[in-house]
Design a protein around this ligand. Structure first.
Ligand code: UD1
Ligand code: MN
Length: 433
């Protein structure tokens, strides 16, 4: 009996406590029974909305991409329907200057304007990314004083990237900018070729002369797909003083380069989200094609701090020799650069050059010879020789910088050196890296 009584009391107390708690809650939050769960619900709702928002912005990005693609496809069709022959000696070659947030873009512009022989034939377009007002103001001054064009990349939003790629944001942004700017040049302005420079490049006095003379060669030879102002081994002491000497190279050099619309129609639609220059060096894009490059650079860079950071500048870029003489290229015969002629002339030159070991070359015992050849058969042989002689030792898609048919040409202590593969060479090995 006492036990039953006790249980009864406990039950009554329990029920009373529950009723009291219920009352307290209701009187504190009238109309909001179970306030704790409402908080949770709100939190969940917030999460849902955030997910929806980010989903929407992804969708928007995809839509933008799709629209761009459709527009460029439509334009491409129109253009293909109305092919028109180009007068290669008077074709308009616009300079597309890629800018972002460097007010020192004025340094590049000053030289581009100083050496410009004809602003109608070589109009200057500055395409600005990043929406940086001080830089925009600088560029705007050149619009009013020199009649250049200033276009602005409309999309300067951050690009959403998963964590490991986040540090490459700059490479993504600049690739997106390149794509937009080149579409403007070819589809909005409808030019047939372009010379692309960046906002940290100086140009040489014969920059325009070089590109205008090489355009016909580029246009007529389908095995060429660019002309570049850059020699990757163009450091002081590693180039001769033959300012008029030009080469073909299998390595896309970039850094001041000319591109034809027909090539853009091919690569533009599949332009990559990042690392555009290495992407161009891949066999899927290059398709065995070469670029023309000079012995002595027609551009040099003063951009110490860039997207790819400063070390490379201090170790290499700041030693690049910028050509300071005017070579009248348009008055010279450049047909030696055509594939068939070049293979004969250049490969014979290499073949006829006496072969030495790297230590013989370094000893100076053969310094009476005009040129020497050093053979490499393996990746490691190439690398160690390159290191000893101070040239670039890296590969992209298996191609050493500057190489043509595997041959890298440069100067070592006043002597021409051809670092060449053996005569039974089978082509580049993409596994060499
Ligand atoms: C390096 C290359 C450069 C190449 C780039 C992409 C050298 C010396 N330079 O860039 O030729 O294009 O890698 O692989 O090897 N920019 C934008 N938007 C941005 C950031 C930069 O448009 O958000 C523009 C800059 O104005 C400049 C260009 O991209 O014209 C390259 O940027 P920079 O900061 O100079 O990077 P580098 O490390 O020199
Ligand atoms: Mn740069």
């Amino acid at each position: 009996m006492r036990r039953k009584h006790l249980v009864g009391v406990v039950v009554v107390i329990f029920l009373t406590w529950n009723v009291l708690m219920y009352y307290m809650l209701v009187s504190r939050n009238p109309g909001k029974v179970g306030a704790v769960s409402v908080q949770d619900q709100l939190r969940n709702l917030q999460g849902d909305i955030q997910r929806q928002l980010s989903h929407n912005s992804d969708l928007l990005q995809q839509l933008r991409k799709f629209r761009e693609q459709k527009q460029s496809e439509k334009l491409d069709k129109e253009i293909r329907r109305t092919p028109h022959p180009i007068d290669t000696n008077s074709v308009v070659l616009p300079i597309l200057l890629i800018a972002c947030d460097r007010t020192t873009v004025s340094r590049s512009l000053d030289l581009l304007l100083k050496y410009n022989p004809n602003k109608k034939r070589f109009p200057i377009i500055v395409s600005q990314d990043c929406g940086h007002k001080p830089t925009a103001d600088v560029i705007q001054r050149y619009v009013s004083e020199h009649g250049i064009q200033h276009i602005k990349h409309p999309n300067t939003t951050d690009i959403k990237l998963p964590w490991p790629q986040r540090k490459f944001q700059g490479y993504y942004k600049l690739s997106r900018h390149y794509k937009w700017a080149l579409n403007q040049v070819f589809h909005t302005f409808n030019y047939s070729a372009v010379i692309i420079v960046e906002d940290d490049l100086d140009v040489s006095p014969d920059f325009y002369e070089y590109f205008s003379a090489t355009f016909p060669v580029l246009h007529q030879d389908p095995s060429l797909w660019c002309v570049s102002a850059w020699n990757d081994n163009g450091k002081v002491g590693m180039v001769s003083d033959e300012a008029d000497l030009l080469y073909r190279t299998d390595f896309f050099p970039g850094l001041g380069w000319m591109l034809e619309k027909s090539t853009w129609l091919e690569i533009g639609p599949k332009w990559p989200d990042a690392f555009w220059d290495d992407w161009m060096r891949h066999p899927d894009q290059r398709k065995g094609r070469a670029c023309i490059r000079p012995e002595i650079c027609r551009t040099s860079t003063f951009g110490k701090k860039g997207v790819s950071k400063g070390l490379f500048f201090e170790k290499h870029l700041k030693f690049i020799k910028l050509n300071d003489k005017f070579v009248p290229f348009t008055k010279k015969d450049l047909t030696y650069l055509q594939k068939d002629k070049y293979e004969q002339y250049f490969m014979k030159l290499v073949k006829d050059t006496p072969e030495v070991t790297v230590s013989e070359a370094m000893s100076g015992h053969k310094s009476n010879m005009k040129a020497l050849k050093i053979i490499y058969s393996t990746k490691d042989e190439f690398k160690s020789t390159a290191k000893k002689l101070g040239i670039m030792d890296d590969f992209k898609a298996g191609v050493p910088r500057v190489a043509y048919n595997g041959v890298v040409s440069f100067m070592y202590r006043g002597q021409r050196i051809y670092l060449a593969p053996p005569s039974n060479w089978k082509g580049y090995d993409p596994k060499w890296s």
